[in-house]
Design a protein around this ligand. Sequence first.
Ligand code: ADE
Length: 230
Amino acid sequence: MVGIIAAMQIELDLIKSSLDNVEEEKHGGVTFYKGEYKGRQAVAAVCGIGKVFAALCTEAMILTYSPDIIINTGVAGSLSEGLHILDCTVAERCVQHDMDTSPLGDPVGMISGINRIYFDTDKYGADLLCDCYKSIGVRPVPCTVASGDVFVADEEKKAYIRDTFGASVCEMEGAAIAHVCYVNETPFVISRAISDGADGDAQIDFPVMCKTAAERSSKAVLEFIKRYGE
Ligand code: ADE
């Protein structure tokens, strides 16, 4: 079974409406949509915005459904000159850019306890997701995703995240989902289409581009559900 998590309804709409035999269930305060796509089992949820909502949704999904893999789909801000609005990305790894215990001597971004900065995505899943993008005529960009409880909309913050973590994409959930998946030994991947440049225009571009960008990622995710484990 493939688990799908999106932060916002608009990022899940196409996937949810494409599932057959949908059963709606609530666990841990999260509504899950369990169904099938082209005969393959899937469970999907809108987690809400930010790392805490993402984490609690991921934990509830894993405990209830034991998905073989979790895919985080949605939109993101670009931190890189080469990544434009509507470009699509597949994460190789992700990091929580707002995790900072550096005053205690730790490297910035390091998560104490598990003592790691980056979470690698599942190699099989990421390769398959790239193939799925290609099959719908999109060339995806492999990237490092930086997540934090911040909507990035200025050049200074953008440059800090890019330069500190080598990240080319920012959003608010992926690395929290990764953290929970890591603890639970569940493979995960992240599919994000660019809605804005995480710059001074981000608050204008984001609402305008969100739906179109989200649907580009969703189309690849639907392919992924169909092909995962083939
Ligand atoms: N998701 C989409 N655009 C974003 C941005 N600029 N910052 C954080 N999350 C985002």
